[in-house]
Design a protein around this ligand. Structure first.
Ligand code: AMP
Ligand code: MN
Ligand code: MN
Ligand code: MN
Length: 277
């Protein structure tokens, strides 16, 4: 099964509309797709219509920003949620409410290091202040000509510890998993190989996540090399988590891998989509 259960549209920080994302997935042979915009459900109705028309399976998803432990941001992907469920909707509204002021604070820090007008510039890319993300700041900084690509912007200014980074309180892990359960979905740890935490902390995260009812982990992710896939498969086995397969596609030229073009899951793991479709 060519399942791709993590991607973004213009409704968060992707470059393609929900309809364009689905069209690209269909072209690339995806059979089951989940749209998982950051903290936002607004693209799901359009994507589902497009997926139905294209004859590909679709799961309603969202990628929730979570603050965990000692100022670590982790992302939890929810799959198969009811987008109308009020507990989930209210929770996500709360998470989004901090984005605007955070972007303003980041812009102030960027101003001090010679990058001016970043708030207004990022807002032009985001459209909606409740959705401003570091990706939009990064696109503005590229547009200004400071560096060539968004990855370099993160390396110089926006990653944790860099001059434009400000820490922020997102949802707690417990809140996010509560909202997902209330909305009838399953929770998946997104791109676990990307967190800059020790192996011990990664184990602690998996344990807490599972104890709170979390069920899945992205073993195959666009940002995981082969070694990382092997390590994450081991974690899935150790904690009894189901495995997800995820491009984390944001748009042509801005992503690790194209939608649906990832490696297969290791054969012994139980795919997260079993029981969801
Ligand atoms: P935010 O939710 O505002 O913290 O923005 C996080 C988003 O920034 C992620 O979802 C990615 O799309 C993007 N991002 C994070 N780190 C990098 C990186 N090193 N290179 C490119 N994009 C990144
Ligand atoms: Mn993103
Ligand atoms: Mn993420
Ligand atoms: Mn993502």
């Amino acid at each position: 099964m060519n399942a791709d259960l993590h991607c973004h549209s213009t409704v968060s920080d992707g470059l393609l509309t929900p309809t364009q994302v689905v069209a690209r997935a269909a072209e690339n042979g995806v059979e089951l797709l989940a749209l998982t915009d950051h903290d936002e459900l607004g693209g799901l109705a359009e994507a589902r219509l497009a997926a139905d028309a294209a004859g590909i399976g679709f799961l309603d998803g969202v990628e929730i920003s979570v603050s965990w432990g000692d100022d670590t941001t982790v992302h939890i992907v929810a799959l198969g949620v009811d987008p109308a469920q009020p507990i989930l909707r209210d929770g996500l509204t709360k998470v989004r409410s901090g984005r605007d002021s955070r972007a303003a604070r980041m812009a102030e820090e960027l101003d001090k290091v010679g990058i001016h007008g970043a708030y207004a510039g990022a807002l032009r890319f985001a459209g909606n202040p409740a959705l401003i993300s570091r990706s939009h700041l990064a696109r503005y900084i590229v547009q200004c000509g400071h560096v060539r690509d968004v990855k370099t912007v993160f390396d110089h200014w926006l990653a944790k510890g860099k001059p434009g980074y400000v820490s922020h309180a997102w949802a707690t892990l417990e809140e996010a998993l509560g909202w997902i359960a209330a909305a009838g979905g399953v929770a998946v740890i997104a791109h676990p190989g990307r967190y800059r935490i020790s192996n011990k902390d990664l184990h602690r995260l998996c344990g807490e996540f599972r104890d709170l009812g979390g069920q899945g982990i992205e073993v195959v992710s666009g940002s995981h090399g082969e070694d990382v896939v092997r390590d994450m498969a081991r974690l899935a086995r150790e904690f009894g988590l189901r495995a997800s397969r995820a491009s984390d596609f944001h748009g042509p030229g801005e992503s690790w891998i194209d939608i649906g073009r990832m490696a297969e899951l290791p054969a012994d793991l139980i795919p997260i989509w079993h029981g969801l479709i």
